[in-house]
Design a binder for this molecule. Structure first.
Ligand code: ADP
Ligand code: ZN
Ligand code: ZN
Length: 660
């Protein structure tokens, strides 16, 4: 008798034995249909063996062993084992995650009758690379058969994509395949066209959640069958079954969308590095504003730094960045005169303006208008968050709280303001100011990926005068008519309770600035702030990423934040609060009992969004200076959690959290 060990998509830390006499070791990685309870499930074979430790009458027979689709390769399985181990996520769901949804259904796979049509794009030839680009390509190519991590830090518009294209060309020339990751779905159509235009005869697919289910599965099969040389995709493409990888590129490597924010919380960039290592190939991380983690790795010599310091397009220069003094007192959402004049000027010239509103989930903080004192937690020095309804200040780190102060604790003034509220009506006031202007508002809420492609076309065609939006608008686009970027409501990030807020703000502002003046008209960037002397802005007006990053790293070092420590977060959620509270408390006690003295264990707190839908949420942060120690503790701890968590509570361990 032959038995198979099967991975199933269940939140349990086990594999399941079935009998399957036709199975051979070659079937490892293949899909099977198996009975489960009264149901059937699709699983993946991870082992084939001639005995089982279970009693025979407990072992059921597999229903179908599918051999019509290529199995998950050894390399992918290795990556999945690593992912499961590193992110403390059960192996079953991790393995199933690597399959496209249509291949996880219990019916037989049927190839789509009609394939989605490839867009016809005019073939383009490569421009003559400039010296910096040439140098970057040569450096990387000299080490094309080694595992090395290259951090390509190139200012916006410096021609990073041209560097990627050249590296891809050379990799294809060696008969190898390429995997390119981009942050978001809305970026893929344009970059896809750019690659297609350059490599018209090469098999290429894009993989992201916007592709229809059948089509996506078929593309996945094409990749697994070796028909595809270039895979372009979002974070989920990190598991693309390429067997002859020669190069991995992560564009905009700082982007937070590489981190999956629910379920299995993996970071595609970090997994890319593992794949690079397994295959002994270069991994190129590109960004104008690398994440501080990557920057620190480059400074330490773990990554190789290559810089592109000039804009590549003939005649294009970096825009001037000017700060505009915002009036703190007025809570009324009005645009400052400078911005109004600047927009007016663009409207007359037929150019485009972009208003960037920074308003992603920043919690409001309390500040003194006289001495700029900020209410901070006496225990952990992070900003206290204003909770208006309860009239309290709360630390989201350790749960310290007190009533909202009425006097400044430094100068006793009563002149206190809450930063981070207001200004949301900007969009409406724009329309009042210029009733005839064509205003396009775009943010992640209003955005549907399908219409985005058309909206981009509209912007290119000059059918939009003013763009208003959040981060989504500033990612990697190249709008030649756009010459003005104005950023408002940015200050709350400077004093946020989240230690990553200033990194995000700097990145966003520099990326936003990078949208202006990419054609031959010079760009202008206006930033409204009450704190023009803040070091972040001093670095920003000089377009000096490095100065900012080095300063910020010093601060992180001082406070012992990542990358100078490693963090993990236990996130729990439940429809009722009290079992959740009890579970979190017990989890904390359990970790304490493991007595890892070097691990700092914070209190159980509610995250900024403490209730989503009908679910309460609580979290527990731990940090440690040693990654292996933290990993060891986490795996012991998660064994406990798996056996002790009540059914009413959902929990997940978020390793290297980026929002806590
Ligand atoms: P990035 O990816 O760094 O933002 P891109 O690769 O998109 O930059 O290049 C910015 C612009 O400069 C594009 O319009 C591109 O066609 C152009 N460009 C890039 N490299 C060159 C070059 N060597 N010569 C001329 N134009 C170039
Ligand atoms: Zn004061
Ligand atoms: Zn605190």
């Amino acid at each position: 008798m032959i038995f198979i060990e099967v991975a199933l998509d269940l939140p349990l830390n086990t594999l399941f034995d079935y009998q399957c006499d036709e199975a051979t070791p070659d079937d490892i990685g293949r899909r099977v249909k198996v009975p489960f309870g009264r149901d059937e499930k699709v699983g993946v074979i991870l082992n084939v063996k001639d005995h089982s430790t279970l009693p025979l009458d407990k072992i059921k027979k597999a229903t179908t062993l599918w051999r019509d689709v290529p199995p998950l390769s050894e390399e992918i399985l290795r990556l999945l084992h690593f992912t499961s181990h590193y992110y403390q996520h059960p192996l079953g769901p991790v393995v199933l995650h690597a399959l496209p949804p249509a291949l996880k259904k219990t019916n037989d796979w049927q190839a789509p009758k009609k394939r989605s049509k490839a867009i016809n794009v005019a073939v383009t030839s490569a421009p003559q690379l400039n010296l910096e680009q040439r140098h970057a390509c040569d450096e990387i190519n000299q080490h094309d058969d080694e595992f090395r991590i290259w951090l390509l830090q190139g200012i916006t518009g410096s021609g990073k994509t041209e560097v990627y294209l050249e590296l891809v060309r050379q990799t294809l020339g060696r008969g190898k395949q390429v995997l390119i990751l981009v942050p978001e779905i809305n970026l893929t159509p344009l970059i896809e066209q750019r690659f297609q235009a350059r490599f018209p005869a090469t098999g290429m697919v894009s993989l992201h959640s916007g592709v229809g289910e059948k089509e996506r599965a078929q593309r996945w099969i094409d990749v697994a069958s070796g028909k595809i040389q270039i895979v372009l995709g979002t974070r989920l493409a990190i598991f693309a079954p390429l067997d002859h990888l020669g190069l991995i590129i992560i564009d905009e490597e700082h982007d937070s969308s590489y981190k999956q924010a629910e379920g299995m919380r993996y970071h595609a960039r970090d997994l890319a590095i593992m794949r690079g290592q397994y295959n002994a190939i270069p991994v190129v991380l590109g960004s104008a504003t690398p994440s501080l983690e990557s920057w620190w790795n480059a400074k330490q010599g773990r990554y190789q730094l290559i810089k592109l310091t000039e804009r590549a397009h003939q005649g294009a220069t970096l825009p001037d960045i000017q700060l505009i003094k915002a009036n703190l007192k007025h809570d009324s959402p009005t645009l400052s005169l400078e911005i109004i004049h600047a927009i007016e000027e663009r409207l007359t010239k037929g150019q485009q303006s972009l208003i960037f509103i920074n308003r992603r989930g920043f919690a409001p903080v309390l500040m003194c208008n006289q001495c700029q004192w900020l209410a901070t937690c006496p225990d952990c020095q992070t900003r206290l968050v204003v909770h208006r309804r309860q009239q309290r200040l709360r630390c989201h780190h350790c749960n310290y709280q007190r009533p909202i102060d009425h006097h400044c604790r430094q100068c006793h003034s009563e002149d206190l303001t809450t930063l981070g509220e207001g200004t949301q009506k900007i969009e409406e006031s724009l329309q009042e100011l210029w009733p005839k202007a064509r205003i396009l508002r775009i943010d992640s809420d209003s955005l549907q990926s399908k219409s985005w492609a058309t909206q981009i076309q509209d912007i290119h065609a000059g059918e939009v005068d003013i763009l208003v939006g959040t981060q989504i608008l500033i990612k990697g686009h190249d709008f030649p008519k756009l010459t003005l970027v104005a950023a408002i409501n940015v200050d709350s990030a400077l004093y946020s309770s989240d230690f990553r807020a200033s990194e995000r703000l700097f990145t966003q502002l520099l990326q936003a600035a990078g949208r202006a003046g990419r054609g031959s008209d010079k760009g202008q960037v206006l930033i409204e702030t009450a704190f023009p002397q803040h070091p972040l802005f001093e670095a920003l007006i000089d377009h000096d990423y490095q100065r900012f990053a080095d300063n910020e790293l010093e601060e992180r070092r001082l406070f012992g934040f990542p990358p100078f420590c490693y963090q993990a977060l236990l996130r729990g959620s439940a429809t009722e609060l009290s079992p959740l509270q009890q579970f979190m408390r017990e989890a904390r006690e359990a970790l304490k009992r493991l007595s890892y003295e070097d691990i700092t264990l914070f209190d159980v707190v509610a995250p900024t969004l403490h209730k989503i839908g009908n679910k309460y949420r609580l979290q527990l942060l731990l940090q440690c200076h040693s990654r292996p120690l933290l990993q060891q503790a986490l795996s012991q701890w998660s064994d406990y959690l798996f056996t002790h968590a009540p059914h009413s509570v959902n929990w997940v361990i978020d390793v290297d959290p980026i929002d806590c």
